[in-house]
Design a protein around this ligand. Sequence first.
Ligand code: ATP
Length: 359
Amino acid sequence: MATIKLDQLAHAYRPNPQAPSDYALRPLNLEWRDGGAYALLGPSGCGKTTLLNIISGLVRPSEGRVLFDGRDVTDVPTEQRNIAQVFQFPVVYDTMTVYENLAFPLRNRGMSRSEVDGRVREIAAMLDMSAELNRRASRLTADAKQKISLGRGLVRNDVAAVLFDEPLTVIDPALKWQLRSQLKQLQARVGRTMIYVTHDQTEAMTFADTVVVMFEGEVVQIGTPAELFARPAHTFVGYFIGSPGMNVLPARVEGDRAQVGGSTIRLAQGYPRLPDGERIEIGIRPEDLRFAASGEGLPIRISRVDDIGRIKIARARFEDHDLNLVLPEGAQVATGAGVAVPVPDRVHVYAGGHLVEGE
Ligand code: ATP
């Protein structure tokens, strides 16, 4: 196990100092605590795989250093970094049995036969695969093969870290739920540093104690799932996390208020005073927008209502913008209706995409 530190790390696949926007990964400092469960979350192309490959040694960073427990491993090749990796697609030996596949990473490590046997059976039990140990891998479904890959990644207890790159992509959706929480329990039991790359917020939130959110080659927020939801540090985080994501409205500062078109939103006390006329963005979670009984509030017009089971989500026009709001259970709203929603207590203020501190 190890604490992994990234020191002034950056990467450009084709370095060009004149064009910093060519960075696949902008300069960052990050520490992954020993035994921590991390998710690296972000949309396609934001640099997640690049970062993971730098940690494993598959990619050498163009700037900065990688440290394992204080030791500089930037130039240490992958096979000497002692990292276990699980990829999107199964990596199993078809001609071997499940048992042999799980035992493979333990062979040649000076472990006794009974130690190997104990580890293999323990991991198989954790993954509900005890009954399949003697089956040949070629006879298994893609789901079961990927479970073997997960097992192979977790079976060694002498690794510095386990890295997962979108490991549940090929898994059937019904089984995904089960595997997700199994993985979380496994992490807690084996207590190893684990980094889980995904673009799926539910996967990230289920697995990780700490989520690292990336956007366009940059780490935009590091926090617990609850923190990311309650206090997005960047408009992108608010929009990306949540279903639907946070509403982001362009506004202008006027005293202690924000002006969105002809409507006024009073900002909570405690915000630093921003200069009048400054362009900002207001972030409001769809769950925080509630209908007013009194008819007082922001004037919105409902353009669509989607019934998604227990809740309904309404799309509405507000000034020149589209908004989402979660309707309370049993609410009856007609498309085209003009209604009012009170300004919620929880309104986030952003300047240039970044949260203005002071809440
Ligand atoms: P995805 O989920 O689609 O894999 P990602 O978040 O993992 O995306 P990366 O694969 O790390 O993102 O890619 C980050 C950026 O670097 C992208 O703009 C991508 O096109 C670029 N990139 C990735 N690999 C290479 C490479 N080998 N050579 C040049 N550019 C690359």
